[in-house]
Design a protein around this ligand. Sequence first.
Ligand SMILES: [Zn+2]
Length: 237
Amino acid sequence: MRDQLRALYELQAVDMKITSATSKIASLTGSKELRAKYSAAKLALDKADKALAAYEAEVRDCELQLKSIEEKRNNFQKRLYSGAITNPKELSSTEKEIEMLKAKQGELDERTLELYDLVEKAKEKVETSKNITQTVETQARKAIKFENTEKARLEEELVELNKLREAEMSNITDKQLLSKYEAIRKHSGSTGMARVVDGRCEGCHVAITSYTITNLIKDSQVEMCENCGRILLLDVE
Ligand SMILES: [Zn+2]
C-alpha cells in the first residue's frame, strides 16, 4: 500500500505544479488593463485634436471675415472721402455703415485674440495627450510581449508536466485509490493527500490520532485525515 501512496504523492507534486502553471497563465492580465488605459488615452488625444482643429478653423474664419470687413470699410471710406456722396441721407447711412463695420471688426479682433490663446492651450493639451498615449502604448506593448513570452513558456512547461503526469499515473495500479484522490482533490480545491509530519496532517495541520498512526504503520488500508479527509501517507521505511 505504501508504495502506491508514495507514487500517488509523486503524482500530487506534479499536479500541484500543473495547478500553479495554470493559475499563472490565468493571472497574466496586466496588459488588459494597459490596453484599456491606452484606449482611454487615445480617445482623449482624439478629443484634444478635434478641439484644436475647431479653434484653428474658427481663427481662419475670423481672419477671413476681418479681411472682408476691412475691404468693405475701405470702400465705404473711399467713397465718403472722395466727395462722390452728396446726398445727406446717403452720407449719414454710409457713416453708420462704417461705424457698424468698425464695431464688428472690434468684436472679431477680440475673439481672434481669444482664439489665439485657446489654440495655444489646445496645442499644449494635444502635446500632453500625445505623450501620455505614447507612454501607455509603450507600456502596453511591453506587457503584451512579456505576457506572450511568459504564456508560451508556461504552456511548454504544462506540456512537459502533463507528460510527466502520464508517467506518474502509470505507476499507480490501484485505480480506486486514484479516483479517491481525484475526488478529494476536487473537493478540497487543492491537494488530495497529505503526509504525516510530526504527528500532524500536512494538509490541515491537525494532529492525527494514535489509532490512525497505528493503522498507517500497519499499512493494511487507506487512511484518511479525520479532519480534512485527505489520504494520509506516513513516510517511513
Ligand atoms: Zn488533514
